[in-house]
Design a protein around this ligand. Structure first.
Ligand code: FAD
Ligand code: NAD
Length: 482
């Protein structure tokens, strides 16, 4: 006998738990199936984001930034310290406490909203049924009018020998080092490589990042990517572009090391590390999630095929978050979770996929929303650009945070903002202001006419907007005044 619900959600990451809460808020009897469990076989909610992704990585980024500031930046403010020491286990422990607090928080939200959490691995069967296999091996069948698949992704394991979470780790293992590795290799100069490479570099590792592509961060606006590369290299990251890793070998001695083989412009190369982080992307957890006859289609890479509203080809079956097309970002998944719940309830909610904000949480942060200059060139759109460097922003100078710039791009004829790209302190929050403005179809002039508090970092955004029209006040304008 199947247990009957209005909605069954499979996966309790940001896409799944948000969808479940919103469904329950809208009056639907909702269950959320999650395979992650603790040592008592109780479900652990929050998915990759809360357990091994966004939150723990930011906890370590913040801890390591404080250490790095104390070591490198305090003296310029006239602050000296006799002794500075790192207690890595304490840092890791603090991170674990934050994770626990937030995952327990989701449990509390489920209880408050009457979402039934069910531990187990879910498999979609024909006829909108879900077979759940619990950690203790027991099974049960659930049935619902609507099923939302939100099983997320897992790290891609490359190269052989596979990740052992000791010498060769993935992003999860890189959040658990108990001491600072001396020579740390990273495969992939993507988001994870840069964020986790920065954590351990700040704490003292010699970090070398091997990246297959010729360009650094090819999806980022080229001007900012070039600037960011300079800043990161100055901070101590060695970034080897055009370096495709082909294999690795772990030594057998007492103190293990790993020799990584890669090819670059000069041919075959080898390099030895004490630890290696593999950060070459993530793949969807769709294997084992779908029965052969359930009717849901996956693409060649295993992503579940959905339309712009996250509906699969099977009526009543939806999929959201990292499991489907688009950027792998927690906030994108959360918005999709809300959209699906509201669509099920008959509303016309639609995610605006043109305005997904992106952030790389290095220091300075790199954040953007909308189109890059290259994209607009390729699309033949005429545009004007306004830039403003943090080196001449009073607040950034006061904080000794003067690396980076704001770049705002607006349509040449309508002045509507098409893109905002920021490398700098609090770039994520500054970019978010422009994301809101873009949702309201703001022009660069609208931002220019808005009063900004002084002295703030956001004045750099204001000046960049004024510079689009050629009349920045606190910088020499490259364009003619109008
Ligand atoms: P997930 O969070 O992966 O959740 C899926 C859940 O489904 C998991 O709990 C899994 O156990 C469960 N599951 C899988 N299969 C089944 C099954 N068959 N039955 C039951 N349950 C199942 N994004 C950002 O936006 N900002 C960041 O700063 C950021 N930092 C990151 C840092 C790291 C190190 C990593 C790895 C990722 C980071 N991300 C970040 C990406 C972010 O974590 C993901 O985009 C987000 O977690 C995706 O949410 P999701 O709900 O789609 O999937
Ligand atoms: P990624 O796609 O961002 O980067 C992987 C990099 O590895 C690419 O640059 C690729 O060229 C390189 N690569 C692949 N094979 C290689 C090889 N053989 N040798 C050398 N380089 C190789 O993937 P990621 O960094 O693993 O992150 C996975 C996902 O997690 C991302 O899509 C991202 O959206 C998400 N994430 C987001 C945040 C954030 O929003 N701040 C943080 C962490 C992770």
């Amino acid at each position: 006998m199947s247990k009957k619900f209005d909605v069954v959600v499979v996966g309790a990451g940001p896409a799944g738990y948000v969808a479940a809460i919103r469904c329950a808020q809208l009056g639907m009897k909702t269950a959320c199936v999650e395979k992650w469990h603790d040592d008592k076989n109780d479900p652990v909610y929050g998915g990759t984001c809360l357990n091994v992704g966004c939150i723990p990585s930011k906890a370590l980024l913040d801890s390591s930034h404080k250490y790095s500031e104390a070591k490198k930046d305090f003296a310029i403010h006239g602050i000296s310290m006799d002794k500075l020491a790192i207690d890595v286990p304490a840092m890791i422990d603090r991170k674990a406490k934050i994770v626990k607090q937030l995952t327990q928080g989701v449990k509390g939200l489920f209880a408050a909203n009457k979402v039934e959490g069910i531990q187990g691995a879910g498999k979609l069967l024909k006829g909108k049924k879900v077979l759940v296999t619990a950690a203790d091996g027991s099974t049960q069948e659930l049935e619902a009018d609507h099923i939302i698949l939100a099983a997320g992704t897992e790290p891609i394991n490359f190269p052989p020998p596979p990740v052992d979470q000791d010498v060769i780790v993935d992003s999860t293992g890189a959040l658990e080092f108990t001491e600072v590795p001396k020579r740390l290799g990273v495969i992939g100069a993507g988001v994870i490589g840069l964020e986790l490479g920065s954590v351990w570099s700040r704490l003292g590792s010699e970090v070398t990042i091997l990246e297959a592509t010729d360009a650094f961060l090819p999806a980022v606006d080229t001007q900012l990517a070039k600037e960011a590369q300079k800043v990161f290299e100055k901070q101590g990251l060695t970034i080897k572009l055009s370096s495709k890793v082909t294999g690795s070998k772990v030594s057998t001695g007492k103190t293990k090391t790993v020799t990584v083989s890669y090819t670059d412009k000069d041919g075959e190369q080898e390099i030895v590390f004490d630890k290696l982080i593999v950060a070459v992307g993530r793949r969807p957890c769709s294997a084992g999630l779908l029965s052969d006859d359930c009717g849901v289609q996956v693409d060649q890479r295993g992503f579940i095929q959905v339309n712009d509203q996250c509906a699969t080809a099977v009526p009543g079956v939806w999929a959201a978050g990292d499991l489907v097309r688009g950027p792998m970002l927690a906030h994108k998944g959360m918005e999709e979770g809300v959209m699906v719940a509201e669509r099920i309830a008959g509303k016309k909610t639609q995610v605006n996929y043109d305005l997904v904000p992106f952030v790389i949480y290095t220091h300075p942060e790199l954040a953007w929303v909308g189109k890059t200059e290259q994209q607009l060139k390729d699309e033949g759109v005429e545009y004007n650009i306004g830039t403003f460097p943090f080196s001449i922003n009073g607040r950034a100078m006061a904080a000794n945070e003067s690396a980076g710039l704001v770049k705002l791009i607006a349509h040449a004829k309508t002045d509507r903002i098409l893109g905002c790209h920021i490398l700098g302190p609090s770039a994520a929050d500054l970019t978010q202001q422009i994301a809101i403005a873009m949702e309201f179809s703001a022009s660069a002039e609208d931002i220019g006419l808005t009063m900004f508090s002084h002295p703030t970092l956001s004045e750099a955004v204001h000046e960049a907007a004024l510079a689009v029209g050629g009349h920045a006040i606190h910088a020499v304008n490259k364009r003619k005044r109008n």
